[in-house]
Design a protein around this ligand. Sequence first.
Ligand code: 16G
Ligand code: ZN
Length: 544
Amino acid sequence: MLDGETLKALYEKHCKHGFKYSYGTAGFRYKADILDTVMFTTGVLAGLRSLHLSGQTVGVMITASHNPPEDNGVKIVEPRGEMLEQSWEKHATQLANCASESYASFATNLEELVKTLKIDTNRSGGIAVARDSRESGPRLLEAFEAGVQAFPTLRIRDYGILTTPQLHFLTSKTNEFPQNVEKDEKLYYNEFLSAWDEITTISGIEALPFELKIDAANGIGGPKISAMLSQRQVFKNAYEVSNADWQNYAALNYCCGADFVKTNQKLPHGIAVGETFNARRINCSFDGDADRIVFYYNDPQGQFKLLDGDKMATLFAKFFQQLLRSSGLQKDVEMGVVQTAYANGSSANYLEQVLGVSVKCTSTGVKHLHHEAVKFDIGIYFEANGHGTVVFSSKFVELLNSKLATDSQSSPESYNSLKLLSVFTRLINQTVGDALSDMLAVLAVLLVLQWTPQKWDEEYTDLPNRLIKVVVPDRTLFKTTNAERQLESPANLQQEIDALVSKYDNARSFVRASGTEDAVRVYAEAASREQADELAAMVGKLVE
Ligand code: 16G
Ligand code: ZN
């Protein structure tokens, strides 16, 4: 470990005083100009984490996702690509707050951590770091790297600008693959494109039978999706990337991107609707760091129709259920869908009543959903906002492989289904929700089923819903229970909400404090658009 004098000099160069930080739903996220201290301590903490995990490489992503351009943030990724182990979040928060107080306080806290976590600071370890396209990224990276220098035995690999899921993927491959395999973007593209190639072979297509429009939120997903799709002839002339101006910092997430489309339930800037209805036209929006995606189309009446995370979860559930049946595996494999309170009531109803699939509800944030999803053999998890993926248990993958090895004599239908299931375990980025891989997976399902976006949408009809944001003096007063569906405090507020909800048809509403913004969110759904809007507004008034 670095001597005190040198560490202090680095601290003084990068740290400022007087702020209070908290490692929230997706790491630290604030206005970029107050983040230097946090970046420095996150460098130290990521180093500690790697040393604690016997020197395995830990990932770090500098991003504020769908937030406005002046924000930034940072999150730590576990060696296998998952979110930081929950018990370490408090260490991250504490170290940042001590550093924000004084060097002495920071140094004492660091010493305590090393001691209580029994960390051997002389061993070697590794950090893989990347950032999204924000202007503040390079400055914050510098503060982060200064923090990592606290442990001179650590190697840093700086990947430059990546999407968040690319960083998760490369972190996990760094630990999984031998040293002589180059862990770079090529590895990432090859992984998903080679699975995609099998889909095109199985479906026998030479050209994508969709007109695909991609809104890249003026973020890093734009150049990355182009780099990916341009490698395959099948996409030639079939897609167009809009809002791809990732070097125009101010344009990031502005009037475009997955969050804008989901929240406003309308087309983003830069995506126009054709004059005439085209059943094969499909649009999608990424968020700024390309870990979320939502799809949408305009129906024959010209009406905007959203295909969000719930629609993706239900599409995958239906598809995998069919494949499990036709391959004779449905009795051996447990499939489930994990959602949050934001999932549309109709989607849960469709999954449980129509498909007969088990549904679990967790708190918001990928780490909660992922944790529940890995309990299934096929765990499908999506937040309504488009953040999600599918995870497959190793037991399931082994079963598939052994069936594929022995079942080639069985019916062609069953063998084909086994093959498709196997391809999907490779087409989907299991480490985390990934706009690029999710996009390919959704297109693949539509191709195999020969469905149009409208056909996909017709499986069930969303209940009209409204999400609003209410700024309150102290959002920490809002404490929830039952996977955020009910309030515990402030006292009596839940009863008042329940009383309101009972006045509307088929209605539901809940309130929770945001983990990424200083505000409280109110969600309401009901039988009609007017009722949903009115209910959201009424509950919003109660909360104010
Ligand atoms: C973060 C979460 C996202 C969640 C959102 C909720 C991760 C990687 N990201 O962006 O999943 O939907 O927070 O934001 O977990 P909110 O707490 O402000 O509503
Ligand atoms: Zn994101």
